[in-house]
Design a protein around this ligand. Structure first.
Ligand SMILES: Cc1cc2nc3c(=O)[nH]c(=O)nc-3n(C[C@H](O)[C@H](O)[C@H](O)COP(=O)(O)OP(=O)(O)OC[C@H]3O[C@@H](n4cnc5c(N)ncnc54)[C@H](O)[C@@H]3O)c2cc1C
Length: 403
């Protein structure tokens, strides 16, 4: 726990409960799938397997409101759970359904939509992807052009979405579509839910710098979707979209994984190399590591205060979530930069073009820097996705500083 927080005896008992669950349920294949993934997330099969175990324990969506299947845990419990999961090496899961769509449904979904979609997100049966960005409409999202024209009880959708994470695995997509061409761009957008197997949907892969197939371009050619699949009011989807983005940018949950990565880095640079001293003895490197630790502590503190706000029933707030995103991305990228320095110092091979899962070479050097190059390249994207850091600065200037 950061700064001046401390855990109660009940919190420590809860930690034991989580550890027992992880010892029983987190099988070596799940840990290995996560450890060897250079991408941000693991494959759908691994994620669904892990989600099924969490769901069976009643921990499928720990921070949802209790009425929809959440746990009702305190901020300390949420923090402990994430910390223990990160330490135990649970696989990194894509939560477009549970983390992004669900809060939008809580706030704007109809009773039928909540009753149908939420249990299927919780169980992992439905696997969602996010259709916001388009070629030419990323930071300037409101300029999006994918059209939805009304034809009786259906929308007919034409256009394209890009950078769609895991569209190749998803069976559902939530999309922002243009339902009105004239007037202010923000006032002609609607938020629509679709199955990915509808006639007219095509997914093309995009391979990242790190050599992974994680993102895609999705094409819509006369795709027919019932009007009842719209969330919220027609032409007011921008309000739903912004609400969802607050959850994408900053609800906490980053610190636990970063802490484990930082610990791994710290341990790896204590080691001797072939004929060389531990890297930590280099004062310039040590200084960078210590500065990073200070920034990490501040991030951890911010996270616990954000969790407290969420548990009290508030939403993150646009300024706070943007600030959290900038802070966590900065720490993530700096950890990866120092891992690269360590990999370089110890002379470790670059596995970027060979998926670590397929790599048969014997491991050389400290494990935490084994995938340094791939993680470094992957983490470059963190200051772009979910809205670039520059755009987050603009939001803070506007909503917090009134500029
Ligand atoms: C790995 C990855 C996964 C992604 N997954 C998804 C996904 O699942 N679903 C989805 O919908 N999208 C996804 N995205 C897209 C992401 O949200 C966009 O890339 C992001 O919003 C930036 O948009 P853009 O790429 O069009 O860049 P642009 O908007 O063209 O920006 C280019 C550069 O200009 C800067 N810039 C733009 N406007 C301003 C401004 N007003 N002030 C200052 N600087 C500015 C930006 O900061 C950036 O540096 C993903 C992106 C990546 C990299």
């Amino acid at each position: 726990m950061p700064m001046n927080f401390s855990f109660t005896a009940a919190d420590e008992a809860f930690r034991e409960e989580v550890r027992t669950f992880l010892r029983d349920e987190l099988t070596p294949d799940l840990i290995e799938a996560g450890r060897r993934s250079s991408a941000m997330y693991v494959d759908r099969e691994t994620m669904q397997k892990w989600q099924a175990k969490l769901h069976a324990r009643g921990w499928g969506a720990i921070d949802w409101p209790v009425q929809y299947g959440g746990t009702g845990w305190s901020p300390a419990q949420l923090f402990i759970f994430r910390e223990e999961c990160a330490r135990a090496g649970t696989p990194p899961v894509l939560n477009s359904g549970a983390v992004l769509l669900a809060p939008a449904l809580f706030a704007y979904g109809s009773d039928e939509q909540k009753a149908y979609y939420l249990p299927r997100i919780l169980s992992g049966e439905h696997y969602w992807c996010q259709g916001y960005s388009e070629p030419g409409s990323g930071s300037d999202l409101a300029s999006l052009k994918t059209r939805a024209e009304r034809d009786g009880d259906e929308y007919v959708i034409n256009g394209t979405k890009i950078w769609t994470t895991h569209a190749q695995f998803a069976d559902h997509i939530f999309c922002l579509v243009r339902t009105k061409a004239d007037g202010k761009p923000q006032q002609g957008i609607s938020f629509v839910l679709m199955r990915m197997d509808l006639p007219g949907i095509r997914v093309e892969p995009i391979i990242t710098l790190a050599g992974d197939h994680e993102v895609n371009q999705v094409f819509f050619d006369n795709v027919r979707v019932p009007v009842s699949n719209r969330v919220g009011v027609e032409n007011q989807g921008w309000t739903v979209a912004k609400h969802l983005l607050e959850y994408e940018r900053g609800t906490g949950g980053a610190a636990a994984g970063l802490k484990v990565a930082l610990d791994g880095l710290r341990q790896s640079v204590q080691k001797d190399g072939p004929g060389i001293e531990p890297l930590i003895k280099n004062p310039a490197f040590a200084m960078k590591l210590h500065q990073l630790e200070v920034n990490f502590n501040a991030l951890e503190f911010t996270e616990i205060t954000t969790l407290a706000r969420l548990v009290a029933g508030n939403h993150p707030g646009p300024g706070a979530s943007s600030a959290f995103k900038i802070q966590s991305v900065d720490v993530e990228q700096r950890i990866n930069t120092l891992r690269m320095e360590a990999a370089q110092y110890y002379g470790l091979p670059d596995h970027t073009r060979i998926s670590l899962n397929e790599c048969t070479e014997p491991r050389i050097g400290p494990a935490p820097v084994e995938s340094a190059m791939a993680s470094y390249l992957t983490s470059r994207a963190a200051s772009i996705y979910g809205g670039s850091n520059q755009v987050q600065h603009n939001i803070i200037a506007k909503v917090e500083l009134g500029l």
